[in-house]
Write a protein that binds this ligand. Structure first.
Ligand code: MTE
Length: 331
């Protein structure tokens, strides 16, 4: 983001650091299935992936499973990023600007009780308890690519439901055109709130039609469990076709407005971080190219960079939202 971390110089742990016990469990599962003969082989590769996904979980947090989503484009078949990487290489500036800081510091975040306030141009404003939000709609698993503006990406199995379910429930007024997402800024539990790096609270925004798109996810969990604090517990946004910073963590307020919201990163550096922030390999960041990305976990000496896809690979689903819009000006 604004602070230069060096596009290539990250220091997250390698995916090969899966515990020996987990690897053992995975192998045993595969061998058990292989014993079923040739017909078992295809099943074994599937089961192997499942066993591996299972092994990557810490098993410490409360389970929050979701049925596989039927929303078009919501489940990419790419390999999941290791849980360990997804939870130890984070951007959550309220807990520090180093990628390792959130995992170290976010244990102080108090996630219960938690409410999300709905306000602004809406017929049913009010404070919604987390428990009520969790019950509002069935939990789904969505396997999304998350492309960070800094040039890396991950594939994460999220658990949640379309934000549109909540938006429909609270009934936006006819003149509501945008949605502002305000996140927690508590100096007592978040050591970097108060630092000058951003104007707190961290605020993000979407056009109402973007917020209503079925891919826009209100996420409560990942890898079949509730969200770890460093990933934005207890509730966050995930907007898979936009750069990662649009996916605001630890939401406390959702405000409906008729004006484009000022976002935290736009306030910090408007020429670098626009309101739209759609993933776009053709529009460079002023300080670096956005044409390629590194998938976290594929960082060996000879690992190739991947080509970044328009709208992060979700063009078929969301491209029409931007018909007629000049994407170089509206970056
Ligand atoms: N939300 C808050 N409140 N504070 C932040 O610093 N960082 C953003 C986004 N949401 C951020 C935030 C950025 S830059 C990214 S890339 C993603 O969270 C990272 O999400 P992850 O750590 O779960 O991968």
């Amino acid at each position: 983001m604004l602070i230069k971390t060096g596009r290539d110089g990250f220091n997250h742990s390698l995916s090969s650091e899966i515990t020996p016990h987990a690897v053992y469990r995975q192998r045993r599962e595969i061998m058990r299935l292989m014993a079923g003969g040739a017909a078992g082989a295809a099943l074994a590769s599937w089961a192997g992936r499942q066993a591996l996904a299972q092994a990557q979980r810490p098993g410490k947090l409360a389970a929050l499973p979701g049925a596989k989503s039927a929303v078009p484009g919501a489940v990419t078949m790419e390999k999941f990023t290791d849980y360990k990487d997804a939870t130890s290489y984070n951007n959550f500036y309220e807990f520090g600007t180093d990628k390792a800081d959130p995992a170290k510091n976010a244990h102080t975040l108090k996630t219960a009780p938690w409410t999300v306030e709905i306000e602004g141009l809406v017929r049913k404003p009010g404070k919604y308890a987390l428990e009520d939000l969790l019950k509002l709609s069935a939990q789904e698993e969505r396997v999304y690519r998350l492309r960070c503006v800094e040039g890396w990406s991950m594939v994460i199995p999220w658990v949640g439901y379309s934000l549109s379910k909540l938006v429909e429930k609270v009934e936006p007024a006819g003149n509501a055109k945008f949605v502002e997402f305000v996140t927690l800024a508590d100096p007592k539990t978040m050591p970097f709130v108060g630092s000058r790096v951003l104007d707190w609270p961290y605020v993000e925004g979407l056009r109402l039609d973007e917020a209503m798109h079925p891919l826009t996810l209100l996420a409560f969990g990942m890898y079949g469990e509730v969200l770890p604090n460093q990933n934005g517990a207890p509730v966050r946004l995930v907007v898979p076709w936009k750069y990662g910073f649009k996916s605001a963590k630890s939401l406390v307020k959702i405000r409906f407005t008729d004006r484009e919201p000022r976002t935290a990163w736009n306030k910090a550096a408007a020429n670098e971080y626009g309101f739209y922030s759609n993933v776009n390999p053709n529009v460079d960041h002023p300080r670096w190219s956005q044409a390629t990305e590194r998938r976290i976990g594929e960082d060996g000496l000879f690992a190739k960079k991947r080509k970044t896809l328009m709208f992060n690979g979700y063009e078929a689903q969301v491209g029409q939202l931007y018909a007629g819009l000049d994407l170089t000006k509206n970056y």
